[in-house]
Design a binder for this molecule. Structure first.
Ligand code: MLT
Length: 410
């Protein structure tokens, strides 16, 4: 008889955003007339930059002719894209990687979820709390944790609380771990780690032989100079950090799908025979075995953001969402709410009034104001009493939602 991967049974029934989708759909069915504004899942609403559309149209035309048609491409990404990324996002800051240290993919959700496969199954993980659920759920699926405890934590995981009390900057773990997930700018809190804080983490990782899995999907939203846009700005990070980046939030590719992961060859792990093996080698093996490359048309669209005009258009797009973030942040503050994030990130993290449980607050907003957000508890026990709003909505919807908040009553 075939058996199942029992680790899946340790997980709560549904993925956070699937559960929110289910609740909103049920509400809409019962109240078809309700004008629901969705500021829940971090999905973009504005069209792709014109340069991307143009480049993709051209790529489609190439596909229509035998001479320019493309079948399978390099699994790691076409050089026109990898070279443009390395030049614009790294070499421009004096950080140099070989084209065999970057892997283009269908997005950071897949990469941050799949990366754990190249680590030992008994490796110990540390995650912040609250956290983007993909990091934890995929490690649960892989059997790297125990079961879910009454306090909402999985046994065998080192949790690093991030709350208003520590300014959402996690303390160094009390014990050593093998893999450590950091997300900056942070999803869900919208807060960041300064250069000094990140340096502390890189030094700790070096001293403890820990690999930092650094999710920088929101790097394009950084507005303050003291926040590094890549972990490799920190000396020594090339020996301990793997970085994930995405076109989803930078250029509106949530539905188009394109991201990339940097795995420097200096990041190594210990094999059973005691030798050190670069994770780059393992990921290359995995990527070429399980992935056939991101679509050529999509990679052409992604590469277009690195032209002069592309950079201008992407800046405008990010600026649009950052302006929404400002509108939400200031509007909610004026409504008397305690608000964090939204300066270097498209997420606003607010304290629920009167310490209301975050799922209750979700229901209250949905039913009384017809606004969808994300309950903080969905990101971990330390997210209880908090709530996340995204600035990825349409401007008018964002303004209307903020206006509705002024009517919030308890
Ligand atoms: C979120 O809402 O947290 C994001 O949409 C997550 C993602 O990009 O997968």
């Amino acid at each position: 008889m075939a058996t199942i991967n029992d680790n899946y049974l340790k997980l709560p029934g549904s993925y956070l955003f699937a559960e929110i989708g289910r609740r909103v759909a049920a509400y809409k069915e019962a109240h078809p007339e309700a004008d629901v504004i969705r500021l829940g899942i971090g999905d973009v609403t504005q069209p792709l930059p014109a340069v991307c559309i143009e480049a993709m149209h051209q790529a489609v035309d190439e596909m229509a002719h035998k001479e320019t048609f493309r079948g399978y491409g390099p699994e790691q990404g076409y050089s026109f894209l990898t070279e443009a990324i390395l030049k614009n996002n790294y070499a421009s800051k004096g950080i140099h990687f070989g084209t065999d240290e970057i892997f283009v993919s269908d997005g950071s959700k897949s990469d941050t979820g799949n990366i754990q496969e190249i680590f030992g199954s008994a490796d110990k993980i540390a995650i912040t709390d609250p956290v983007y659920p993909v990091y934890l759920d995929t490690n649960v699926m892989a059997g790297r944790t125990g079961t879910l405890q009454k306090d909402g934590h999985f046994a065998g995981v080192t949790y690093l609380p991030c709350t208003a009390e520590n300014n959402f900057a996690p303390e160094l773990p009390a014990e050593r771990v093998d893999m450590l997930y950091l997300c900056c700018p942070n999803n869900p809190t919208g807060t960041t780690l300064s250069r000094e804080e990140l340096t502390k983490w890189v030094n700790w990782a070096k001293a403890n032989d820990t690999v930092i899995l650094f999710d920088a999907a929101y790097a394009a939203y950084i507005t303050e100079p003291d926040v590094p846009t890549t972990i490799y700005e920190i000396p020594g990070a090339k020996d301990v950090a793997i970085e994930f980046r995405s076109f989803s939030k930078t250029a509106g590719f949530t539905g188009t799908r394109c991201g990339y992961t940097i795995i420097p060859k200096g990041v190594t792990g210990r094999a059973a025979d005691g030798s050190r093996v670069p994770y780059n080698q393992l990921w290359n093996r995995r990527h070429t075995t399980k992935f056939n490359g991101t679509a050529y048309i999509v990679q052409r669209g992604a590469a277009a953001i690195y032209t002069e005009e592309g950079q201008k258009q992407v800046k405008e797009l990010v600026g649009y969402y950052l302006e929404n973030a400002r509108i939400i942040r200031e509007g909610l503050t004026a409504a008397g709410l305690e608000v964090y994030g939204g300066i270097n990130a498209p997420y606003i993290w607010l304290k629920t009034p009167h310490d209301m449980p975050s799922w209750d607050f979700f229901d209250k907003l949905l039913t009384e104001l017809n606004i969808v957000g994300t309950p903080g508890a969905g990101f971990g026990p330390c997210g209880e009493g908090y709530f996340r709003l995204t600035s990825f909505g349409d401007r008018e919807d964002t303004k209307r939602a903020v206006a509705r908040f002024q009517k919030l009553k308890f």
